[in-house]
Design a protein around this ligand. Sequence first.
Ligand SMILES: Cc1cc2nc3c(=O)[nH]c(=O)nc-3n(C[C@H](O)[C@H](O)[C@H](O)COP(=O)(O)OP(=O)(O)OC[C@H]3O[C@@H](n4cnc5c(N)ncnc54)[C@H](O)[C@@H]3O)c2cc1C
Length: 441
Amino acid sequence: MTQDKYDVVVIGGGGGGMTAAALLSHAGYKTILVEKLPFLGGRASSYEHKGYIIPTGVFLVLDSGELGEVFKEVGAELRVTTATPQRVRIRGKDFQPPEKGQLKAVLAAAARDQAEADRVWKAIKRGLSWQPPSAEITFTEWLRQYTDNESILGIWRGLWANVVGGLPEEIPARAWFDLVHNMGPAGSEGGYPAGGHIAVWESLAKTVRAKGGTIWTRAPAQRIIVEDGVATGVVVRKDRQDISIDARVVISSALPNITIRLAGENTFDKGYLKEVSGQIRVPFFTIIVGSNRPLYPYAAGLMLGEMPRLSMLTVPTEVYPDYAPPGKHATWFLSAKCSPRHPYDKKAELDMLLRDIKEAFPEYDKAGAEVITAQFFDGDWPGFGAAVGMEIECRSPIENLYNVGDAVTDPAGCVPGLSGAVHTARLVIQDIKRRFRPGEM
Ligand SMILES: Cc1cc2nc3c(=O)[nH]c(=O)nc-3n(C[C@H](O)[C@H](O)[C@H](O)COP(=O)(O)OP(=O)(O)OC[C@H]3O[C@@H](n4cnc5c(N)ncnc54)[C@H](O)[C@@H]3O)c2cc1C
């Protein structure tokens, strides 16, 4: 069965795909987005379980930055209650870094004395303003030249693993400095959307439909149609039928290995296949806890560097009590400290995370706390789509087939996570606008 012709077909309704579809339909391109799951938002969405709102990935959604700009541009409503600033637990004490000079203040709190804090800070400043360190050594190897203080190392193990994905003992030293250049200092902002994370994407979907765009959920792309090295459409399964959609451009926000499967390996060149097969996905682990009393009294939560697994927690019910059943509180715990480069035992990781939670919050049992969900995020539903430095570019070797998402990068510099997915979608839309006008099939 063949559908109408579209200017663009977007595969995947996560942050990257939804941004692309919203910007395209707003600019007048005839757009269809197909999502294989029953809901939109991918790894930045939410669902309900036992009366609790459970995130499918991201804990805090940034309403500032590029996502906020996209909502403004297309006239969609984004209702996020900011839950900042985050606190940081260093040497067993909770501490709220100032808004400006966060890293310097956190360093000072972790250092044994002022001389150590100054030594590390100077090295960082030099790396940022003069010459970043070599990619030949890891970030930890670089930092150990200035300190052996585990609390300082923990700043990067805890805080930065959450933000950029990957461990400082495995990330090339240079990668961290490059990221700070692209992103600015460690972002610990963000908030909770009213109605759960899914509301963000439903709001964007409304604007897509209002502009004549089409969104299908429960509609997995089966195949990207490639003719003579050019993408010309997608075959989608909907209501048990295979539907062929012709389009001038195909944007895939599915992970690059999935996109290759959809288009067929033999349509790509060998170098590209090697790049994509070399990508390492970053695993995250989460435990969502319900309790009769709040486990932590701040909505924005806490970053923890020194614990073996626990790296961050947030408390959405401090902002929206309806994220939990009446009378209950929810605390979301994240571990981003498992190596993506070595085999890991998922059950053991979750056990370690729960052990850390109980150690960090000894009142766990007294507060009537119980695990609502314990999840690992890896494989085709990872924490981050690519370990830092392993992202591929937006244009694929197949003409008119683009990738967007968190496994994709801007050649001018990578932005990680959901912000990266939104950023790459914006880049691709700029490229499409430069190349084709709406209706120019
Ligand atoms: C626990 C956790 C915490 C995180 N915290 C943060 C954070 O604090 N900050 C941050 O920036 N990022 C964070 N991230 C990362 C963030 O969630 C992702 O980077 C971002 O959501 C990725 O968006 P995307 O559009 O690239 O991919 P996705 O959200 O994965 O979207 C891809 C979509 O494509 C669909 N799809 C796949 N195959 C097909 C097919 N054949 N046909 C149709 N549809 C298909 C999928 O179902 C999915 O909906 C976190 C992730 C996790 C798991």
